[in-house]
Design a protein around this ligand. Structure first.
Ligand code: CU
Length: 121
């Protein structure tokens, strides 16, 4: 190995150790939601609100509601009440099993996805 490469490789290794945990931390991780996962809620009007661990780009994030038959409904997002939240206009649904499918773009430029199953009584 050429000697000038050694300090370069050390610098790369060092920066990977220093910067990787910070980047990983900035991924959008869901902290809480309404409805909560596996909750049973009263219909027909359902409020949908998600709270994350980091800032979310609302313009490049999506919320969907999947009904019992597997049909996917795109939810209309409302302006964020805080930078780390996503919320949708309340929807009217019948009794049944549903899943909120979320896709969030975090401030580090990475997209994460998840699902929140819940029941409407
Ligand atoms: Cu990330």
């Amino acid at each position: 190995m050429r000697s000038f490469l050694k300090p370069l490789l050390l610098a790369v290794a060092f920066s990977a150790i220093v910067f990787t945990p910070r980047l990983a931390h900035a991924h959008a991780v869901l902290l809480a939601s309404t409805p909560a996962a596996h909750a049973t809620v009263k219909g027909p009007a359902i409020a949908i609100h998600l709270k994350f661990n980091s800032r979310i780009d609302g313009a490049h994030s999506r919320l969907y509601l999947v009904d019992e038959s597997g049909k996917v409904h795109t939810l209309t997002l409302v302006p964020q009440d805080a930078p780390d939240t996503l919320a949708a206009e309340s929807v009217k649904v019948g009794v049944g099993d549903y899943t909120i499918r979320w896709q969030a773009l975090a401030s580090d430029g990475h997209i994460t996805r998840g699902e929140i199953p819940f029941v409407v009584q």
